[in-house]
Design a protein around this ligand. Structure first.
Ligand SMILES: O=C(O)CCC(=O)C(=O)O
Length: 186
């Protein structure tokens, strides 16, 4: 298995994402997990918001075979077509520093996503049970998160890279700060 650094710098990943976007893609950040994240259902749009829309994706890489109960990634196929839940549409102020207070942010967005899913109950969640090396790529608006961890000593080693298409402007909706292209890869 390649190291997270090698995966982050993998030309193959950005070639595939570039094909999907139809123009050159670059990463701007990554997260590496030993255990399942147990993140609430969310759209990445709130964290990395491209203009024009649709030009950010998540690239989730399994670093080991994922075991049921380990806190599998879940997602709602088709949910990328729903409206984006954004600060501006929900009256949430920007958080103005790294140490800022995200309480209001979480208190508003998690219920907003739950409501969106309840209003669109035809969408059914699926869990991702990949083998090591499998990759899932999602468009920024796809609703996803981390399932509860039922086996607490079971790892779920994984890495997720957020990439965007070069012509897009990308910013963090939560802070208003622009996302930066990582110039060392691609
Ligand atoms: O891997 C997970 O459990 C969730 C990752 C995620 O939601 C994200 O990176 O946006």
């Amino acid at each position: 298995m390649n190291s997270p650094n090698a995966i982050y710098s993998s030309k193959l990943i950005y070639d595939v994402v570039s094909d999907l976007f139809g123009c050159q893609a670059f990463p701007c950040q990554s997260l590496t997990f030993i255990n399942g994240s147990t993140q609430d259902a969310h759209q990445d749009t709130i964290h990395l918001t491209p203009f024009p829309r649709g030009l950010v994706c998540g690239v989730w890489v399994a670093l080991e075979d994922v075991v049921p109960g380990s806190g599998e990634l879940f997602y709602y196929p088709g949910s990328y077509r729903l409206p984006a839940v954004l600060c501006s549409s929900h009256g949430v102020p920007k958080v103005d520093s790294e140490d800022g207070d995200y309480n209001k942010f979480g208190a508003v967005f998690t219920p907003a996503i739950k409501k969106l899913l309840a209003d669109n109950a035809y969408l059914c969640p699926q869990t991702f049970l990949p083998r090591a090396g499998d990759v899932l790529i999602w468009q920024e608006n796809l609703i996803h998160g981390g399932s509860p961890r039922k086996i607490m000593d079971q790892t779920r080693m994984s890495m997720v890279i957020h990439a965007f298409a070069e012509p897009a402007l990308v910013y963090y909706d939560s802070t208003g700060i622009s996302g930066k292209r990582d110039v060392n890869v691609g």
